[in-house]
Structures are given as C-alpha cells and as structure tokens.
Write a protein that binds this ligand. Structure first.
Ligand code: 13P
Length: 210
C-alpha cells in the first residue's frame, strides 16, 4: 500500500472506531510503519475526524518530518516496533471495557484474561499488564519495552490497551477482540465459568500461531 492509501486507511479506521464508541474525545492513537519511518495520528486529534493530509510523518528516529505534532504516545508505539520488528501497525485505545479491566486489582501481569474464547486466545494471546505511569511518560515507554518482545498485546494499568499487528487490519482486529474479551470477562465476573482447558489452548496456539 502506498503512503496516501495508508493515510486514508488510518482515517477510515479511526472513524469506524469512533462511530462504534471504541474511541471518544481525543483518546487513542494509530501508527503504521513505512519503509523509512512511520505515519502517526496527531496529538489531541479525534479518531472520528482525522484529516489524512495532516497525519504526522515521522522519520526512522521518530522525528517529525511533516504534518501535525504527533501523539504523545509516539515513543510507546516505536518501542513496540523496535521489540517486534515484523509489526506493521500499532493501535492504542481507551475503549471502555478494556480500561475497566485495567483498573481491576489482582490481575496476572503476564496473562490478564483467563482463556474464555478461542478468538481471545488466537488474536489477543497472553495479554501483559504494564504498571501505571502517566500518558506519554518515559517510564511508560520503558515498561512497555520490557514486555513487548513476548506480548503483541499489552494493557496499560488504569489507562488502556496497546496492540501491534502485522498490518493495520490485523492490529485493529486484535484490539477489537481484546475489547470484546474484556466485556465478556466483566459479564462473567462472579459466575461459574467453563474456561478453555490447557489442552484446548495449546491446540489453538498450534493451529493459529500469533
Ligand atoms: P494523543 O492525543 O497525544 O495521541 O494521546 C491520546 C491518548 O490516548 C493518550 O494515551
């Protein structure tokens, strides 16, 4: 895909996320890898009203080349790409159910969700919990860097999810699956639940490696 098509794709997907309530206000950001840098959504922009021409263009060091001032989470996205070189896109949201789970006490920081559905296992995998730091903080970038090699999906405590994928579609599909899994997880709280067995999870990982 050429750069202009990618700009259009980011704007279309941003609007789709916004229209379905998965992004609100100026929360969330999207990046896509280019041959010599990245496209990044501008800081304080609404996912629902992105202008393809104003999306930030960054060089291979993350410095702004053209467009509006990039997201304050730019270096968090870049940490994901550096730890996961096959990633083509990164998406961060403040989607409600995922954020609600990110505020729960007693989560397993290596594997937030028990295996409730096949698609959660296939697309989200083991979701890592990253300790709380303010948005855009260097310590947050460092904390994400530590877990990103082993986890393509991470949950920032009291903040929201960040997901890397091989393409923009893959990253968005996975973060939508994460949000739906978070909703199911909350719906099932306090109810006796039949989880997938370790053997069923192992079979999914064998058939659908992520
Ligand atoms: P930006 O507006 O800088 O992209 O930040 C939004 C956000 O989601 C912070 O976590």
């Amino acid at each position: 895909m050429n750069e202009n098509t990618l700009r259009e794709q980011i704007s279309l997907i941003g609007k789709s996320l916004y229209d379905r309530g998965l992004a609100h206000g100026s929360a969330g950001n999207i990046s896509v890898k280019l041959a010599d840098g990245w496209l990044m959504t501008p800081t304080s922009s609404s996912m629902g009203r992105l202008d393809p021409a104003r999306i930030s263009r960054l060089d291979a060091n993350g410095s702004l080349v053209s467009g509006d001032k990039p997201s304050k989470e730019t270096f968090l996205h870049i940490a994901m790409y550096r730890e996961r070189p096959t990633s083509g896109a990164v998406v961060h949201l403040h989607s409600v159910h995922s954020v609600a789970v990110s505020c729960l006490d007693g989560l397993d920081p290596q594997d937030v969700f028990p295996p409730i559905t096949a698609y959660a296992v296939m697309q989200v995998g083991k979701l890592a919990l990253v300790p709380y730091y303010p948005p855009g903080d260097e310590s947050l970038v460092e904390a994400v860097r530590k877990v990103a090699g082993k986890h393509h999906a991470v949950l920032l405590a009291n903040h929201g999810p960040v997901v890397a994928g091989s393409s923009l579609d893959a990253a968005v599909n996975a973060i939508e699956e994460l949000e739906q899994t978070a909703q199911l997880h909350l719906l099932l709280q306090g109810r006796p639940t039949r989880l997938l067995t370790p053997a069923q999870v192992a079979e999914l990982n064998r058939r659908f490696p992520n």
